[in-house]
Design a protein around this ligand. Sequence first.
Ligand SMILES: *Cc1c(COP(=O)(O)O)cnc(C)c1O
Length: 341
Amino acid sequence: MIVDLRSDTVTRPTRGMHEAMMSAEVGDDVFGEDPSVKALEEKCARKLGMDAAIFCPSGTMTNQIGIKILTQPYDEVICYKGSHIYKYEGGGVAGNSLASVRLLDGDRGRLSVKDVADNLNNSHDVHQPFTSVVSLENTVVREAGSYYYLKDIALISEFARLKGLKMHLDGARFFNALTETGDSPADYGKYFDSISICLSKGLGAPVGSVLVCKKELEVKARRIRKVFGGGMRQAGFLAAAGVYALDNHIDRLQEDHIRARELGSVLKNRNWVKSIMPVDTNIVIFSIIDRITPDQVLAKLGAHDIKAIKFGDHEIRLVTHLDFDDRMLEKTIDVINKLSF
Ligand SMILES: *Cc1c(COP(=O)(O)O)cnc(C)c1O
């Protein structure tokens, strides 16, 4: 039995998802003729309380389109310093939007109104880049899946609006956050101009992300998607997997969180583990004692067919997901308890 905890992207379609994909009605989506893509887009827009949505191949693309439709060249984007849009998208904000980033620490990656207020440039000073967007990430992947409550987002958004700033949300693990907060997805739309959600993470679809945005931004977003090479043809097979995931895989996310917490509590007691970040959702990040390396730990886990990834010089990350069940959890706990260095 192989246990793959490297990422929540490693899942395979379930039988039900497979059937939904195989029976999808499709058409050429570049001509706007794929009914399954349209159904997914309408469902996402409605679910998040916004009026437009665009299906894309990846979360990197939905983030990059989101930032591009909200900025002009030379603008500045305020975000957490470890945010995906900055750290894991290959410099796309610079390359695609010709914008700079203002990198903040936040509280485990979560920004506050004060963070935004303190980093807002003076729009009348020609020396300073024009601050145009606040980009939040929920959950924060680099901070072991910490999450925002909507009431805190509302405060940031109200302040941003007052200052004429646009709001983008990288919601790659949006539903993981909501699983913990109980906030309603439909209440999110009013606080953002664009929201990116991933279907290929915890939701278990093989491919795809959706950019949900304001109606007036839709045409621009579709144009940028085409420019980025994201216009897909009979993409309905993939969109059907997304619809299935939204219908069937949101409620079960709490199982992933419970299993992640169990892994966290087992790791906490090992003498080769130095510290562990709070396990808030489905991501476990821990650091190991100085005299050993992540590669040594990964090799020992690997010898038992357990895969994890190095997440820094002295850190390791485990992510729970749809294809990690209780049998695998038991095996992993057993192996972790027996490891010694
Ligand atoms: C995975 C992820 C994305 C998008 O990644 P893709 O692999 O391009 O789909 C965006 N933001 C965060 C926080 C992520 O974890």
